[in-house]
Design a protein around this ligand. Structure first.
Ligand code: DAT
Length: 177
C-alpha cells in the first residue's frame, strides 16, 4: 500500500541501532553529504533539558518522550532531517520515510563500547541488545516494513558505503503529494 501523503518536499530519515553501532558518525557524514539537518536526540535532550532527571543505574538521562516530540514537530514537518537515536518506538510513525538500523558484530561492538568506557551491566546489556536485534524488532513493529533497512556497520568501508547508499536514496526520493 502506498504511504499517505505528508506534504514534505524532502524526506526524513531515522538512524537507529544499539549504542556504538555508528549512528552519530554515519548521520554526521550523511549530513555533510546532503546538507540535511543532523538531529542527535541525546544531545538535544541535554541542551534543551527534555528529560526527567538522571538514571543512576543506566547512567543516562531519563528522556521525556513527549517533550522531545513536541520540540521536533515543526522541523519534521519541513523534512530534510536525519534523526539519530538508540530508540525508535516513541516517534510518530508519519515522521519518517526511511528507518535505518545499523548493525555491528558483537566482538567489534564489545571493543567499541569498552573503548568508550562502558563496563559491567551497561556493557553487557548493550551487547545483549545487539545480539537479540532489539532495535531491528522495535523498528519493524513501529514502522512499515518496506521503509525499515538494516545496514551493516563493522568497519570504515561500511560507513562510506552506507553514506553513499543513503545519499543516493535521498536524491532519488519523490514527495508523495
Ligand atoms: P553511536 O552513535 O551508534 O553510539 P558512534 O558513531 O558514536 O556510535 O561510534 C562509536 C565509535 O565507534 C566511534 O569511535 C566511531 C566508531 N565507529 C562507529 N561505526 C564504525 C564503523 N562502521 N567502523 C569503524 N568504526 C566505527
Amino acid at each position: 500500500m502506498a504511504p499517505p501523503p505528508t506534504g514534505r518536499r524532502k524526506p526524513n530519515i531515522l538512524v537507529t541501532g544499539t549504542p556504538g553501532t555508528g549512528k552519530t558518525t554515519t548521520s554526521s557524514l550523511l549530513s555533510d553529504a546532503t546538507e540535511f539537518r543532523h538531529i542527535n536526540i541525546g544531545d538535544l535532550v541535554k541542551e534543551k533539558n527534555l528529560h526527567d532527571g538522571w538514571d543512576d543505574e543506566l547512567e543516562c538521562h531519563i528522556i521525556n518522550e513527549d517533550l522531545v516530540c513536541d520540540e521536533l514537530e515543526d522541523l519534521m514537518e519541513q523534512g530534510g532531517n536525519i534523526v539519530d537515536y538508540h530508540g525508535c518506538d516513541f516517534f510518530p510513525e508519519r515522521w519518517f520515510d526511511r528507518v535505518v538500523v545499523l548493525q555491528t558484530d558483537n566482538s567489534v561492538l564489545y571493543d567499541r563500547l569498552s573503548n568508550r568506557g562502558y563496563m559491567g551491566s551497561k556493557l553487557t546489556s548493550n551487547i545483549e541488545c545487539e545480539i537479540f536485534q532489539v532495535l531491528l524488532e522495535e523498528a519493524r513493529s513501529s514502522y512499515r516494513e518496506d521503509i525499515v533497512v538494516p545496514l551493516v556497520s563493522n568497519c570504515v568501508e561500511d560507513i562510506s558505503k552506507n553514506v553513499t547508499t543513503l545519499s543516493d536514496w535521498i536524491r532519488s526520493w519523490q514527495p508523495t503529494s
